[in-house]
Design a protein around this ligand. Sequence first.
Ligand SMILES: [Zn+2]
Length: 529
Amino acid sequence: MYTGEPGAPWAEAIACAGERIVRVGSDRQIERLEGPATRVIAAEGRLVLPGFIDAHVHLIWGFEVGSWIDLTDRPSITEATRRVAEYTRAHPDEEIVIGYGFDYASLLPHGLPSKEDLDEAVRERPVVLLAYDGHTGWGNTAFTERVLAFPGARGSGLGGMQRERATRRPTGIFLRVFDLFSVLPEIRRRRSLEGLKRTVSQASRHGITTAFDIQVELEDLHAYDDLRRTGDLSVRTIAAIHHPRGTPPERYREFAAARDRYRGDWFSVEAVKLYIDGVVETGSAALLEPYATDPASRGTTEYEVEEYRGIVRTLSELGFQVCTHATGDRGARIALDAYEAVGKRAARSDARHRIEHCEVLAREDIPRFASVGVVPCMMPQHASPEFTTRWREALGRERAGAAFPWRSLLSAGASVAFASDWPVAPMDPLGGIHEAVARETQDGAPSPERISVQEAIDGYTRRAAYACRAEATRGTLAPGKYADLLILSDDLFVVSPDRIPTVRVLTTMVGGRVAVSGDPRAPSSETAS
Ligand SMILES: [Zn+2]
């Protein structure tokens, strides 16, 4: 049993009363505590870990993805448009047809296409296809017109609508397509509690006991609370409210009201999520030096620096934890500078602002995470060669090689939290642990940014709890904390790194009760009380 407690990392059993751990120790010490109000959970030779905490996941958005046209298997452009045409014919009632998961390198080998390219598949109804990262959307003419018809859309660049330089005509490409999902009623109507329930139980099967849903629209927060009330929320959830560009400060009163309303062991609202930049693949990540593929561009930012700083200041004064998406080194620096400037003016001394992704960082900024007290939240599976073909080209060899510097950050004292970013990357934390410990350079050599198994586990447990401001109750197995834990089929500390992806979660317990027991990779697994 790995407790994750730095002073006493190993134990044999725990005793719990109600939802909480009362004692951790050896079999002999714990056995005799068993009684009517005290239960004993023993490792019995298996590896028991604190429950995984996914510090950046999109459960609410992700569950919708399963109902869309699947483009995650990297079809060619011909095959993708064929599927779209076929699906549209078979689903005459869908007001907007959505596809998900295209990969920049295989679907768009010659750059971003135009709406006319998609019109060849479907003309009569709005169609939009999303990249796997959820940032880029490719719409046909009918979709583009639907967005332009949305109140206030003209001239606002809603959804990051791209226009031809000379004519100002929309191209059909949207760089922030996710902004549209909160406003287009045709899309909002498709959400269902059933879908969220399935997604939550998928997380349980992966050993996740707390999920930090990084981007929930104010209007969707109730879904988690609804699920909690029906007893179907098997994963504790913390939400960050999405702050789209152009959010008026009057909205902040509603943000604060939601935080006051949802506070509890199973669902709470803690943070606000905003974007300072986009993604490397489309050239929208903000870089300090130009793109390798476009020497004239260093990318873009969502806000002018002063405007962004003002937002960070206001949210800090209201006591929110601020989570800023920054993939590029210039984006991360703007966020670090803003967090540093806020300093003691935050309403809470544990403001613990975060930077999401931190893919590319300037060497000199790495020590600032510890000195300013900023949490880097990183997704190991995004570093996988499978995802990074176009990304590497855009950054160039040297910068790509030094990216995702989790070893360097840990050595500089930063509290690196790990996360999946599902559905952008697989949800399975064991896949993330594997990537973190077995990472290779482009040439197949061991990456200097590799970390140990223990450090990787801590990234999904103790340090993830810290990133979610939940370390008082979660993240390690210690008296007073929730009995949130998992049991694995094999010992991660013993198996060779290449076998980690074959390890299975046998049981997930939340609050001392079995949430899932069985093989997470089996199509359906029984759910106990
Ligand atoms: Zn994300």
